[in-house]
Write a protein that binds this ligand. Structure first.
Ligand code: UDP
Length: 254
């Protein structure tokens, strides 16, 4: 039985009230959705893998000075995080053309972009997360110019770090989505990285074969999603060769 208060349930994660004020528990589900939840399925163990991968990447990023919401691991599927005021933007960083940019701009899939591109989408499921410009963000007050600058410089640092890390393990970072939040400490507010970075929110291609090691396995009905996520975890060194992800329910926080 789960006695904690649920704060929010999204497509792939649940947020529960945390043990101390200003904290939340982020729980990773096995559910997968695509095309704004038109397509749905469940993959046994996906939440465990995403929790581990995201926890690993957030820890590495905080070591290079990127402020994040991650506090500590709680169990296989859950992590303790700082409560933030989420900025309603999906910040997409692209290095290689794939997904919606190909359809929108007629760019050939797999083509390296002339330079990395940062795009903003308005986080709103009813509207299907539309692509927006900085003008919309400031006009509607979703973030101010200083906050947009902070977000852009963090996104560039994160991209540089992830590209280096993944290149070293034979993976190209094609694109990924970030979310940021406002973290308040007394009178001081700062923008920190929130949400997750996992194969659910990234396109990761094997350098030699161009095979997708991410949620495109599901979007394109290719099969082998768990094996792909496990391969990412294994190459990152966070899943040993013989380890199987145990997918029993989470351990309750007392
Ligand atoms: N993405 C995401 N959540 C979304 C939309 C996109 O995590 O709601 C990620 C997606 O996994 C990919 C990148 O952002 O790594 C760019 O996605 P794209 O705009 O091509 O849209 P998609 O093909 O995911 O609909």
């Amino acid at each position: 039985m789960n006695r904690r208060r649920k704060i929010y349930e999204g497509k792939a994660k649940i947020l529960y009230e945390g043990p101390e004020a200003g904290t939340l528990i982020q729980h990773f589900k096995d559910d997968a959705t695509a095309n704004n939840a038109e397509k749905k399925d469940q993959f046994d163990g996906k939440g465990v893998l995403n929790n581990r991968i995201s926890e690993y990447l957030f820890t590495r990023l905080s070591e290079i000075g990127v402020p994040t919401h991650f506090i500590r691991s709680m169990n296989m599927r859950e992590q303790l995080i700082k409560e933030v005021e989420i900025i309603p933007l999906e910040v997409v960083v692209r290095n290689i053309a794939a997904g919606t940019i190909c359809k929108r701009l007629g760019v050939e899939e797999g083509k390296p972009l002339p330079r990395s591109i940062i795009e903003f989408y308005y986080k709103n499921d009813e509207l299907g997360d539309p692509l927006i410009a900085e003008e919309h963000i400031t006009a509607f007050g979703w973030a101010n110019p200083q906050e947009i600058d902070d977000i852009m410089s963090l996104a560039i640092r994160i991209n540089d770090y992830l590209c280096g890390l993944f290149t070293g393990i034979g993976i190209q970072v094609v694109d990924f989505k970030l979310e940021f939040g406002r973290h308040f400490q007394g009178d001081i507010m700062r923008i920190i990285l929130a949400d997750e970075i996992s194969p659910d929110s990234c396109r990761l291609w094997d350098i030699d074969t161009n095979e997708s090691l991410d949620k495109d396995k599901f979007r394109k009905d290719e099969g082998g999603l768990i094996e792909a996520y496990q391969e990412v975890a294994r190459r990152l060194g966070i899943l040993s060769d013989n380890e199987r992800v145990i997918t029993k329910g989470p351990v309750l926080v007392k």
